[in-house]
Write a protein that binds this ligand. Sequence first.
Ligand SMILES: Nc1ncnc2c1ncn2[C@@H]1O[C@H](COP(=O)(O)OP(=O)(O)O)[C@@H](O)[C@H]1O
Ligand SMILES: [Mg+2]
Length: 349
Amino acid sequence: MFISTEKNALLEEFLPALLAGFPHAAILVARDSKVAMANPTAAALFGPALQGRHYGLTLRQPEVLDSVADCLYTGTGATLRLTMRPSDQEASFAITISPVPNGAICVFEDVSPQEQTDQMRRDFVANVSHELRTPLTALQGFIETLQGPAREDAAARARFLEIMATEAERMNRLVTDLLHLSRVEAQERLRPDTEIDLAATIALAVDGLRPLAQRAEVTLQSKGLDAPRNLFADADQIMQVVGNLVENAIKYGSIKGGRVEVGLTETVTLRGPAYCFWVQDAGSGIAEEHIPRLTERFYRVDSHRSRAQGGTGLGLAIVKHIVSRHRGKLSIESGKGQGSRFSVFLPLG
Ligand SMILES: Nc1ncnc2c1ncn2[C@@H]1O[C@H](COP(=O)(O)OP(=O)(O)O)[C@@H](O)[C@H]1O
Ligand SMILES: [Mg+2]
């Protein structure tokens, strides 16, 4: 096989088809340093007019230029990992440069999505460790105090044990939420196959939340939960969604004497008929910049307040996964001083 910038049957038919089928950007550089061929992915990445031009006009990173030159003259291949900005967006690439007869082939694999996933995983582990360490450090501190200075102090002992119980409970809630999260994530592609009465399920969840509302002196009102509305859904998960949303509305969206409304109605979305249930509070609302991030794990508007209320920062992340398992959509409307409305749309089909 001989590669040159001259056209021949191989270059015209077989090789372009082969390179076009390649999942990554690929550029074939001939011995004369000109680009003999570039596949459509490479054209999309570096611009259309590559062919016939010196490779240095397209590939500008010194490391890549050196490696291509090396490969052309000594036949040694190389692998590099680089951040490049071929278009207006920065991306990470794993670049492989390998010798071919009378030339070199450069393959650019965009590894940005993979790097993002890796980064998310690292952030998640760091967050979990941090969230667990805080109560753990408190527990260790109190244990030491009880073993030492406060050994004979009955009043201090009672007080410390109470705080220790609260911290242990916090760790327990965190672990429980983490398990819930991993379970709903694992089930995300598993469509619910039981038909439930959505109205009755929501009503049951609301009844279970009345004691919490009473303690907070918040009135819990419901709308549209009397007539049955049937849907293929996971009843436990629907109750969990209602629980998380109402709990938030009471904890963050209400003051004493406030009101939280839970409602259900039938509606039509772009994707067809759906049920919509919502939880509306009359609190101080959420500033716009926070709204798109609320369903991220461990994202809180006010972490101090969330922690003081026993929050884990995972409630809405769990809600999002459950809603997505039901092919539904979560929508959040809120503004500073206007209260918040969390709506869940569940398609009927
Ligand atoms: N109804 C609401 N009103 C105001 N802020 C809210 C409301 N619901 C959620 N938030 C904000 O979103 C954050 C994330 O909620 P969530 O995922 O349930 O975690 P957690 O309740 O454990 O903090 C909360 O910490 C709070 O700052
Ligand atoms: Mg919550």
